[in-house]
Design a protein around this ligand. Structure first.
Ligand code: VGL
Ligand code: ZN
Length: 233
């Protein structure tokens, strides 16, 4: 056999091998948890901080969630005068950077204000067996992209303790936005000793000033696994 056709045959065998087993690449078990990040009206088309195609991932997330016994949903949940809003800083506009007491902060359009329709979960998100909805960013003076740790890098949301107390070890992430709340959550999951996997095609990014590439680089360096929905369904 010529080298070329040998390689081709080997590739074909690889494909046959995986479909013959007809099992997802990763078996989801009782120590795994799916964290669905910020699938809220403000982050989907028509919302005040709309992420491109933010709504496209909703049916996929619903399907992925069915594979998991344990699902946690997060909700960005700001005061109306939140410090991360450009509107709170005269002369600043959305997507400007600003140095705050706890570090650099991107300034955002007003979004996900507590109790408003914009802060509600997307109407097509359908995960009735989700066990916990965790809210974050609810203190005026500190933002929280991460579902684990606020932007001061000190204040715990409690999610890490919750997962540990329930014996959950491996955390799969999907949702919005890849380069902010998903990425920061996955990084903090690693820091707190969890295995972390981001399901890339079940996320969408905002991508301001190269933030998407930076987020993937940071996640890779921290040992976050970048997987696809076909790996779990
Ligand atoms: C998010 C920016 C501001 C997110 C939240 O969910 O990724 N991004 N607040
Ligand atoms: Zn926010």
């Amino acid at each position: 056999m010529k080298r070329r056709s040998f390689l081709f045959a080997a590739a074909g065998f690889g494909l046959m091998g995986s479909s013959a087993w007809a099992a997802p690449a990763r078996k989801i078990g009782s120590r795994d948890v799916f964290v669905v990040v910020d699938v809220q009206n403000c982050f989907t088309p028509g919302g005040s901080l709309a992420v491109k195609e933010g709504d496209v991932i909703v049916p996929l997330i619903n399907r992925i969630a069915k594979q998991f016994k344990h699902v946690v949903i997060t909700q960005d949940w700001h005061t109306a005068d939140h410090i991360s809003f450009a509107s709170q800083h005269p002369g600043k506009k959305p997507f400007d950077m600003m140095k705050l007491a706890y570090g650099n902060q991107v300034l955002w359009p007003d979004h996900c204000v507590q109790g408003t329709d914009g802060a509600a979960l997307h109407k097509d998100l359908n995960i009735p067996h989700a066990e916990l909805i965790i809210r974050k960013g609810y203190r005026r003076e500190v933002d929280s992209y991460s579902a684990f740790l606020e932007a001061d890098q000190k204040t715990q949301t409690g999610l890490g303790g919750y997962l540990k107390q329930r014996g959950l070890k491996r955390v799969y992430f999907a949702g919005l936005a890849t380069d902010f709340c998903v990425g920061w959550s996955a990084l903090d999951a690693r820091k707190q000793g969890f295995e972390a996997l981001v399901i890339e095609d079940a996320c969408r990014g905002i991508d301001v000033q190269g933030s998407l590439a930076k987020a993937w680089a940071a996640m890779q360096a921290a040992g976050v696994k970048r997987i696809q929905s076909t790996d779990v369904i």
